[in-house]
Write a protein that binds this ligand. Structure first.
Ligand SMILES: C[S@@+](CC[C@H](N)C(=O)[O-])C[C@H]1O[C@@H](n2cnc3c(N)ncnc32)[C@H](O)[C@@H]1O
Length: 380
């Protein structure tokens, strides 16, 4: 099992495992103290809001790039042998340091990197016996492949940032530095929404919000299951995340279903106050003091803004719960992801007993690993 940042994940994966369950991450180093404004002040104060993020430019995932480069089969084989030798030298070193990836996982990633980098995947098995000068068309220069693999091993740069994408549900989402790599456990939020929409068609035709959208994963997942009248507004404070989310929305041709707005939590949602039929969020929820101990891939490379939930990890979750009471319509549904049992229990109690006039049917929902992960409920 590996702590993948926010969750403990099975990683004894055999090599036939689909790429969608390939991630290697668990949550350490930038010290960025985000101001936590008092709730009502935060609701009304504007940080920066624009409905269509334009910068910075999102990067195109490796597999989508044009095959502008070429290499001989034997040069590519030399690169592969070098890359494999340094992956083999890792052994269980990273596992021992911080529960990071081991050789087996790194070798699997190497195969995926090669598959993304070559134009014709059928070339990959040929590499084992390559002895000729036949040219292979590549989506990255061979020199870049050396740099990327060095970054993977020496800097522990996450594999998903190396290839520029993550497989999540049936989507392939663009990700890059500055954007959280979406995690498998979060996929369940889309299923939870699917269930309530099936039961209540009205929910499928209303306005939803995904707060702290990151790559846009949840918003895109929900956008695809809503009825013809349904829409998702997805917000993020990070301009990089907002721009990558917009790119992903466009790639899935969901611009009429999912709107990206940049800004802090509810600030960009003034026009839909009290009108939302659903609100979902996977906010930052790692307690600040735990960030430094996270797996290097996460702590050194993923954005602190996406991880740090304040002293006990609950700052943003509590802010969102209170805001949900103002933003949701009567009967509106909410689902929040948490760090696990303690946060779930605290939040469920808070929603039931402190905000008891606002919500009903508050439930704790387990993730696929059997961990209490989500809190859901309905607005009164
Ligand atoms: C744990 S990540 C989740 C990203 C994405 N929803 C997912 O599940 O993959 C939390 C997200 O909240 C965003 N965030 C942090 N503070 C925020 C704020 N004040 N307002 C809006 N978004 C914020 C971060 O930039 C990050 O994208």
């Amino acid at each position: 099992m590996i702590c993948r940042g926010f969750v403990v994940l099975e990683r004894e994966m055999n090599s036939s495992f689909p790429r969608a369950i390939r991630s290697t991450i668990s949550p350490s180093s930038l010290v960025f103290k985000r101001p936590k404004p008092p709730f009502f002040a935060a609701l009304s104060r504007s940080i920066s809001v624009s409905s269509m993020p334009t910068s910075p430019n999102p990067q195109i995932p490796l597999f989508l790039r044009p095959p502008k480069f070429s290499s001989t089969l034997s040069d590519l084989q030399k690169w592969q042998e070098w890359a494999k030798s340094i992956a083999l030298s890792v052994g269980s070193k990273f596992v021992d340091i911080d529960n990071g990836p081991d050789t087996i996982l790194l070798c699997r990633e190497l195969k995926w990197l090669l598959e993304d980098a070559v134009e014709d995947k059928s070339t990959v098995p040929e590499l084992g016996s390559a002895k000729n000068g036949r040219l292979v068309r590549l989506k990255a220069d061979i020199e870049e492949l050396y740099v990327l693999w060095k970054q993977r091993i020496e800097e522990r740069r996450p594999f998903q940032y190396i290839v520029g994408c993550e497989h999540w549900r049936d989507l392939i989402l663009s990700v890059q530095e500055g954007v959280l790599i979406p995690r498998p456990e979060t996929e369940l939020i889309v299923d939870l929404v699917g269930e309530v929409v099936l039961e209540n068609k009205g929910l499928g035709d209303g306005i939803w919000a995904d707060l702290g959208t990151g790559s846009g994963a949840i918003a895109i997942g929900i956008g695809r299951i809503l009825g013809s009248g349904g829409k998702v507004i997805a917000t993020d404070l990070s301009p990089v995340a907002a721009s990558v989310a917009a790119y992903n929305v466009e790639r899935y041709e969901l611009q009429d279903k999912v709107e990206i707005r940049q800004g802090s939590w509810f600030e960009p949602l003034d026009d839909v106050k009290g009108a939302l039929v659903g609100l979902v969020s996977n906010p930052p929820y790692i307690p600040s003091h735990l960030i430094l101990g996270l797996q290097a891939e996460v702590g050194k490379h993923e954005p602190r803004l996406a991880l740090d939930g304040g002293e006990n990890g609950m700052d943003d979750l509590l802010h969102l719960c209170k805001g949900a009471a103002l933003m949701l319509k009567p009967g509106g549904f909410f689902a929040f992801e948490t760090n696990g049992e303690k946060q779930c229990e605290f939040l469920a109690d808070f929603l039931t007993n402190k905000l008891e006039t606002s919500f009903h049917n508050v439930k704790v929902v387990y993730d696929f690993a059997g961990i209490q992960r989500f809190v859901t409920g309905f607005h009164n």
